[in-house]
Design a protein around this ligand. Structure first.
Ligand code: ATP
Ligand code: MG
Length: 424
């Protein structure tokens, strides 16, 4: 047998059921915020990510799935959605003289070391807002996250960390100060941080290595470099969060890996998943649209990692009260092949009532068919014999109690619809 490619996700029915539930809750919350949906392609020109994510990031340096198209163009599977989102809106003129609030969902691809909560194919739900420079929209995006956790019953399991990177100049001044401080200590840094000192020094702040964290204790602090305007933006954001009673921790070491982030950055983190604890991350990226060739446009967004959210949901809600565990509501059995077309017709009718219907396949007597009905977890079986067809009735068997009754078709369908309402 050919096996799965390492790090790609196989989602089996049990997990898919939870997935559908969790994703639909997230989507419902997004709907209540009146964000519009966009679909982004899986493949883009590699250059989009090189420019949009940044040459010096881990993603572009070593994590992209890049291939040559048949005509030699370099394409990459998308490692994230923000750059594509900007491209799409820009290319279709949707950033011209207007604001946008959009969301998207789908798989992303990064060549990382697979482990719990970290895969090479993973699924993100993203929200991005364009055209608003103030902290109002930062607050709204954080409120959206809080609503999602609450809707899923996970609010006790996620902590919000926030920080501000200041404007472009503040960020650059801090970067220079950090490099000046760390350069003489270079030899004592872990290997990754040594490399980042040249390429992406801010990322050293979230290095895992203890020796590096020890050196950072006396390093220059980002908040000391933040400009006045940015500090006011951040103060107002905190005020808005306080007003909404959303708890947060200010973490001056919180940075995002990408060059273009400015002002607010935030992460929702859980302690329940070990090292891969960041479930949702976002921030303001006022520089990106211009960097990708558009007019300067303030922007802010987040990406939620659905794989990690699902792991957390599973850890917290072991059994899944919110959604059906069985595959079908109703199982249709029929006495012989001559009745198959009646079975197909009845199945169609029940499905129009939104019932989940399995029609028996492969022949056999009622006893065998009822075994299958039990196996798929259906609550009801319909037994179609010549009698029922001739008299326009249905024999319904409640598979939990074993009781059987015969009703006319109309009443029988109504009864099943009422009995199974809300199971889907
Ligand atoms: P990390 O520090 O965990 O690598 P990141 O900063 O690379 O995260 P982002 O690019 O900000 O992550 O992506 C947003 C979210 O997408 C993350 O917070 C996480 O929930 C999820 N995510 C990122 N990479 C992966 C992955 N390889 N597997 C599963 N989920 C991921
Ligand atoms: Mg990463």
């Amino acid at each position: 047998m050919v096996q799965a490619v390492r790090g790609m996700r196989d989602v089996l029915p049990d997990a898919a059921r939870r997935w559908r539930h969790v994703e639909s809750v997230v989507q419902q919350v997004l709907r209540t915020f009146a964000y519009e949906e966009v679909h982004l392609p899986l493949l883009e020109f590699t250059e989009l990510f090189a420019r949009g994510v940044g040459e010096a990031t881990d993603i572009v340096e070593k994590e992209m799935y890049t291939l040559a198209d048949r005509d030699g163009d370099s394409l990459s599977l998308r490692p994230e959605g923000t750059a594509s989102c900007v491209r799409v809106l820009q290319e279709h003129g949707l950033l011209y003289n207007q604001t946008q609030r959009v969301c998207y969902a789908g798989p992303m691809f990064r060549y990382e070391k697979p482990q719990k909560g970290r895969y090479r194919q993973f699924y993100q739900i993203g929200a991005e807002v364009f055209g608003f420079a103030g902290p109002d929209v930062d607050a709204e995006l954080i409120q959206m996250g809080a609503q999602i956790w609450r809707a899923l019953g996970l609010e006790q399991h996620l902590r919000l960390e926030i920080n501000t990177l200041g404007d472009g100049n503040a960020r650059k001044a801090y970067r220079d100060a950090l490099v000046a401080y760390l350069t003489p200590l270079q030899a004592e840094l872990d290997a990754d941080s040594q490399r980042r000192l040249q390429t992406n020094p801010l990322r050293i702040l979230d290095a895992k290595a203890a020796q590096t964290q020890a050196l950072l204790k006396s390093a220059p602090q980002l908040p000391d470099f933040v400009d006045e305007h940015s500090a006011a933006h951040f103060a107002r954001l905190r005020e808005l969060l306080d007003g909404m009673q959303i708890n947060y921790v200010c973490n001056p070491k919180l940075v995002r890996g990408l060059d273009y982030y400015t002002h607010t950055v935030f992460e929702w983190i859980t302690e329940d998943l070990g090292a891969q604890g960041t479930v949702c991350a976002g921030g303001r990226y006022d520089g990106l649209v211009e960097r990708l060739g558009g007019r300067p446009t303030p922007a802010v967004g987040f990406a939620l990692g659905l794989d990690r959210l699902l792991l957390l949901h599973e850890a917290v809600c072991a059994d899944n009260p919110g959604f059906a565990e069985n595959a079908a509501d109703v199982y249709i059995c029929y006495a012989n092949d001559a009745l198959l077309s009646h079975g197909l017709e009845l199945a169609a009718r029940l499905r129009r009532e939104k019932l989940r219907v399995r029609l028996h396949m492969g022949g056999g007597n009622f006893k065998k068919q009822l075994k299958r009905a039990d196996a798929c977890g259906a609550g009801w079986a319909v037994l179609l014999g010549e009698d029922e067809v001739n008299s326009g009735t249905l024999s319904l068997k409640n598979l939990t109690s074993g009781e059987q009754q015969q009703l006319d078709v109309e009443a029988g369908c109504g009864m099943l619809a009422a009995a199974c309402a809300g199971s889907t």
